[in-house]
Structures are given as C-alpha cells and as structure tokens.
Design a protein around this ligand. Sequence first.
Ligand SMILES: [Zn+2]
Length: 431
Amino acid sequence: MDTLIKNALLITMEEGRQPIENGCVYVEGSTIAYAGSQDGLPEGLKPDDVIDAKGHVCMPGFINTHTHLPMTLFRGAAEDVPLDTWLKDVIWPMEARLNEGHVYWGSMLALAELVRGGVTCVNDQYFFCDAIVEAASQAGMRAIIGRGLSDIALGGVEKLPEAEALFHKYNGMDGGRIRVSICPHAEYTNSVSFLRKCAETAQKLGAPIHTHISETKKEHEECIARHGMTPLALFDKLGCLEGTFMAAHCVWIEDSDLELMKEKGAGVLHCPGSNLKLGSGIARIEKMRQMGIKAGLGTDGAASNDNLSLWEEMSLCSFLQKGVNNTPTALPAEYALHMATSGGAEALGLSKWLGTIEKGKKADIILIDTDQPHYYPRADMRKHLVYCGNSYDVRLTMIDGRVVFKDGEYLTLDIEKIYHSVQKSAEELRV
Ligand SMILES: [Zn+2]
C-alpha cells in the first residue's frame, strides 16, 4: 500500500533542516520513499491513498522511551501518598494479583491513549510480556518489550531464562516492529552477580539493556554505600554499557556519570512528569544537552504520571530546565521536539530506522491539526507544538506505513471493548 501525504507543513526533524511549506511525503509499503517539497516529488507515482494535509503539520511520530504499559490499570489507585506507601501498600499488592488477561487489557488501554497522542514507538518493561507483545502486535505499535528482572526483590525469582526465551520468540516479529530487550529493573533490586549475567546475556543476544538508574537520591546513595560506586558506574563495571544501554530517569547521576554516559554512548530516558509526581527530583537534562548525551522522553507508567502524553513531557522538560537553570534560553523547544522524536530514536539505538522523516526510514508519521486557536498567529511551528500543543491535536497516526488512528477513529483497536475490559480488570485488582 502506497500513500501520498501532500500540502503539509513538513517538519522532518533532520538536523539543520527547516520546516517545509507545501511538503509531501511518499510512503512505499512501510518505508518513506520521498520527503520534501511538492516540486521535487518524482513523477509517475501511483499512490493507493492520497491524504490532503492542508492546515496540518506532518512530522515523525513520537517515541515514548520509558513505559510500563499495563500500569494504566493502577491509574488513580493511590494519589499523593509517600513513595514507600504507594509501592508497598498499593502497587505491589495489586501487581501480585495481576494475570495475563489484566496485563493485555491494561496494555491495550495504554496503546489506545498513545496512538491517539501521536506516539508510534514505545520502550516497555514489565511482566506477562507475551500479553504485552500480543497487544502491541494487534494495535500495530512499534515496541521494544522486555521482562523486568529482579533477583533480590519483587518476589526474588530469577527470570533471565524467560527474558532470553522472549528474545528468541519475538525479536524481529511483525517485520521488525517488535523487538526485545534485557531489563534488569535497577541496581537496588538485583545482585551484582545477576547484573553481570544480564550483561553477558544482552551481549550474547545483541539485545539492548533497559533499566532504571539513580531515580531517587536514596537509591543513589545506598548504592554508593553498598558498592563504593554510583549505580551507573556499577553497571559499567559489570559490562552493561558495552552495547545499547537505555537508562531511565538519571535524576541523581553525578558529573563522573555524565562523562561515562557520553563516553559509552548511553542514552538517558527522561521522565519529568513521573519524577515530579513521585517527588524524585529533576534530572540535569540541560547539562546533558550541552554535553551531547543522547536523550529521549518517556512518560513512565500511568500510575506515576498519570497520563501518557509525550506532549506534556515536552513542555514540562523545557519549562523545568528553564526554571532550575534560571534562564529562558535553557532547553529550547526544538530540542524538546528532538527528544520526543530523533533523540528518542538515538537513545534506543534505532536512529538508522526511526526519528526523522527522510528517504529510507520507516514510515512512522503523524499529522497534527494546527487550524486551531492555540496555533495562531503563525510563528515557528516547532515552538508552537511544544508550548501550545496537546495530544488532542493529532489527526492521524501512521506506524510502519499503516494508519492506526485517523479523525478520532481507531483502525486497529475496539475502544469500547477496551474500556469495558479495563474497568472490569481494575475492579478485580483493587485492594
Ligand atoms: Zn519505570
């Protein structure tokens, strides 16, 4: 199926390329064959579908670099309570009751919210991963999925063989749309010997590692007391940073950690909304930007956000860095937009295929309706998107060349069935 998108304000997110008026994108199957001005469009093309994007921005889909999809089930279960109480008295007891069906429906709800808000790729970490893979596959989402691993907490069961089996079963599925990662949950939930095994397994498989690093001050300081080094330094010592290393949060990392991130090409998955709501702190993203460290944006799970809007993460990220650095020049809108797209692709090690609209890349594309009050008067649309836009401006979401959401309609999901099943699941789980 070939699709021509025309008359758009095309924001390709390629470095240095300005927005293109009357821009066109030609999609051949799952791949972008042309992106540029109308004048340069090759002649003789015969698209199966033509989408008139007048009054719309056409840009790469957002990449949500850190999620726990099924946690939509816990949305609103406990608000404004201390982190310890939240985890021990609410989240963990509810998680202990989860079954595969709950996880499937919770994931489906998350995926509906994500495609509605223009997200075309997620990086997830949870359990009952067969159900998450099934949901992502049916929704048409691009996803990296990994089994959260912990050998000294959360039940204390070693699940590395399960994670490895998941890799062999699903990595590369759906034409490469589904990938599998190795996900040691964090330093404080794993032993050193187990973390080393995770590193060896990831290297053997060529799989990326996805983990939580220095989310809270307590976690960071306790690691130093336990091991005489920071969580990031420990992961590096154990070999985890040799391949693609995806580090969620990094709120409390130190200058030496920043150097390490830069040297090893590790990516930070920045979740400002979750870090604020859980009182964890504010990561030094402006400093990382200046150092050229790879950085993407994530929502984290819905229980600590509580929505899954990359739009809110973009503006929060920019505003917070301006606030803590005492200057409006910190983290400009264009950089927040980069983090939500091409920066996310870099942090996940997928920039060869994703993150920009250019020939040869995967057709993960969104159209944003800018004929709305909050986008007038016209100015630099990249600034408007970050400072004025929201999820409800998304008119169309295409993943891998396939339209999954258009004009308020879900083309791969039965939204009424999802609402009903999620409500039933949440009632079964409540403490
Ligand atoms: Zn997380």
